[in-house]
Design a protein around this ligand. Structure first.
Ligand SMILES: C[S@@+](CC[C@H](N)C(=O)[O-])C[C@H]1O[C@@H](n2cnc3c(N)ncnc32)[C@H](O)[C@@H]1O
Length: 244
């Protein structure tokens, strides 16, 4: 399962980074709408782990805020981009290759774990959350955002609900112009919440940022984020939890 996700990212990382052209910052809401949800302001001096750091834009931002940051990602291509970005900005971040469901860190290594828009690529969230809890010190914070599972259920043109919220697990999006399809995973909000509690986290806040005014949104680079639809359905789910 992880192999096909890795293959996708090795193939598309360069194109993704060129197209998305993300600013250095904590981009909680992915492409299009970018509001810093102010979940990670107080990181100076903290040991921080980014799970699925991609091109390193978030890791570098937190290093610039004074954190000791480690960025982990499956993709060697994404990590190459991240290392170049950190070097350009003279930011000290330890980047390494690995899988968020099997972390190469000792118990109690970090004060904070976070990521943005990674868990739609991860099948076994329970394993990831158990590993994250193990690597965090007691009382440590786990903050992340991910695509809200209801947003993709609607047809982007008609806004009619076309897919079932209950159809969880592996979703294949055919890519005609590439030699591999995109494979992601749908997780219900309750799946996320229950996996966190099962792994030993106390969930402190769930956030569904957004507004009902289409003018508050910009289109994403690939046209898949539509202001009219974004004003009807939440596109991002953000979670704040604490290692209990
Ligand atoms: C959409 S990017 C998000 C990265 C970054 N937060 C950003 O905003 O660009 C998703 C990243 O998750 C990584 N990823 C997916 N599954 C993973 C796994 N099981 N372990 C580690 N990284 C993973 C991918 O390689 C990719 O770099």
């Amino acid at each position: 399962m992880t192999e096909e996700v890795k293959e996708w990212w090795e193939l598309t990382a360069r194109w993704f980074q060129d197209d998305i052209d993300l600013d250095v910052g904590v981009n909680w809401t992915g492409v299009g709408v970018d509001d810093d949800l102010r979940l990670l302001l107080d990181v100076a001096g903290k040991d921080v782990l980014e799970l699925g750091c991609g091109g390193g834009q978030c890791s570098v931002a937190l290093a610039e805020r004074g954190a000791n940051v480690t960025g982990l990602d499956l993709s060697a291509e994404q990590l190459d981009f991240a290392r170049d970005l950190a070097a350009e900005r003279d930011a000290d971040v330890a980047f390494l290759q690995g899988d968020v469901t099997d972390l190469p860190f000792a118990d109690d290594s970090f004060d904070v774990a976070f990521n943005a828009y990674v868990f739609q690529w991860v099948d076994d969230l329970a394993a990831c959350f158990r590993e994250t809890r193990r690597a965090l010190r007691e009382g440590g914070r786990f903050v992340f955002s991910m695509p809200h599972p209801v947003y993709d259920l609607a047809d982007p043109e008609s806004h009619e609900v076309e897919e079932s919220y209950f159809d969880t697990g592996r979703q294949v999006t055919p890519q005609n112009d590439l030699e591999t399809d995109m494979v992601t995973y749908r997780h219900r909000v309750s799946d996320v919440y229950n996996a966190l509690v099962g792994a030993g986290f106390r969930v402190e806040r769930l956030l569904e940022p957004g507004s009902d005014d289409p003018d508050d949104y910009e289109e994403g680079p690939w046209g898949e984020r539509r202001p009219e639809l974004l004003a009807k359905l939440p596109s991002t789910l953000a979670v704040e939890a604490r290692a209990a």
